[in-house]
Design a protein around this ligand. Structure first.
Ligand SMILES: Cc1ncc(COP(=O)(O)O)c(C=O)c1O
Length: 388
């Protein structure tokens, strides 16, 4: 154990302007379904260069709405990246579809498009590609597969606001792109999310499913002086309050500077770990820019799993908040109980066995980062020598 201050792997930054923006809404007329929702949607759409953005109350809701608006349902298959948070796959299960897990590329740790292509059947309806740790997946070939087989391309970019693929912002490329504003993400609304989409038709469908399947909202009925509304589909209450959208707007204003700092931290980690035995970092292809939500490293070697366990404990004992992202989704009990077995995605399983996420957030100081680097290198030496 250490007396040094704890370094979290990620956390929110809340400034006075954030507090003031929330207080202003609390003192106003609209706590929800008011003007801040549209303002946040407009600012976010501009940021990711998407034609449409729909704000919701979580990244999970964003993924579920994308499934609904894409018309995914019973009898459909959805190909999902195996190295991700469970929500990426659960969204397909919510709508009654069958999840088919795709493996990852062993260098970039994002979905392997050649495996995706081999998994397409006449029941496939959609692909969920995940920008793992903030690194854009290879959207060009994925778009080609989607177009060739008339599939919907859904991108889980909960790690990737501000990331760029071949000169285009993530959020402006896939049919639907989902973002999360959970406190460890780039910007926060406490809980919250956003779906961006390319067409007006999909935008309307997302808005309808967001609010019970009712096509008009309370404010538009107020404006047109009518009490009439019609439920046209089975939707949900996935609305996000104005209170938290106000926070989202002020947070988004700081995203550029925060992203620069994340990139600086990533460069320093990359330089420090180059050539360190038993350690690999995520490869980001030259045609894309990561948003570095996480900084994952992979411990490699014959005893990677046991080395990872000992490095994890050592760093935690030293007050360094390392984490692991992620156990392949189908290895969770819920999916195992439904017949998914180990061995489905060998690369995801191999990479997972050595994964470790290091502290990565804009508030991490240079001296804290030095502490993390030093501690990791020492812990690796110890683990390699089999010391407790
Ligand atoms: C890749 C990925 N997808 C989806 C989600 C779900 O987002 P939320 O927690 O906002 O529902 C997360 C959040 O952890 C995530 O990391």
């Amino acid at each position: 154990m250490t007396s040094e201050p704890f370094i979290p792997y990620g956390r929110q930054i809340i400034d006075d302007d954030d507090l003031q923006a929330v207080a202003d809404v609390l003192q106003g007329d609209w706590l929800t379904t008011g003007p801040k929702v549209g303002e946040f949607e407009k600012a976010f759409a501009e940021y990711v260069e998407a034609p449409h953005a729909v704000a919701v109350n979580s990244g999970t809701a964003a993924l579920h709405l994308a499934m609904l608006a894409a018309g995914v349902g019973e009898g459909d298959e959805v190909i999902v990246s195996s190295l991700t948070f469970v929500a990426s796959a659960n969204a397909a299960v919510y709508v009654g579809a069958t999840v088919v897990f795709a493996d990852i590329d062993p260098r970039t740790w994002t979905i392997d498009h050649t495996h995706v292509r081999s998994l397409v059947t006449d029941r496939t309806k959609a692909i969920v590609a995940v920008d793992y740790a903030g690194a854009p997946c290879d959207l060009g070939p994925l778009r080609d597969i989607a177009d060739e087989f008339a599939l919907v391309l859904i991108e889980d970019a909960c790690h990737a606001p501000g990331a760029v693929y071949q000169g285009r912002r993530i959020g402006s490329i896939a049919d639907f792109t989902a973002f999360s504003f959970h406190p460890v993400k780039h910007i926060t609304t406490g809980e919250g999310g956003m779906v961006t989409t390319l067409t007006g038709e999909h935008d309307r469908a997302l808005r309808t499913f967001r609010s019970h399947g009712i096509a008009t909202d309370f404010r538009s009925r107020e404006a047109s002086g009518t009490w009439e509304y019609d439920q046209v589909a089975l939707g949900y209450n996935y609305r996000i309050p104005d209170i938290t959208c106000a926070l989202g707007i002020t947070q988004l204003g700081k995203q550029g500077a925060w992203l620069d700092r994340r990139r600086q931290i990533a460069v320093a980690y990359g330089e420090a770990f180059a050539g360190v035995p038993n350690l690999e970092t995520q490869h980001v292809e030259d045609d894309r820019t990561s948003a570095w939500h996480l900084y994952p490293v992979r411990i490699i070697g014959e005893n990677a799993a046991s080395m990872r366990a000992s490095v994890f404990s050592e760093l935690r004992d030293q007050g360094i908040g390392v984490n692991v992202h992620y156990r392949p989704v189908y290895e969770h009990s819920y999916y195992r109980d439904r017949g998914y077995e180990s061995g489905l995605c060998p690369n995801a399983e191999a990479v997972y066995s050595g994964l470790l996420s290091l502290p990565m957030w804009p508030g991490l100081t240079d001296s804290e980062q030095d502490r993390v680097i030093h501690a990791l290198i020492q812990a690796l030496v110890k683990a390699r020598n089999g010391q407790p």
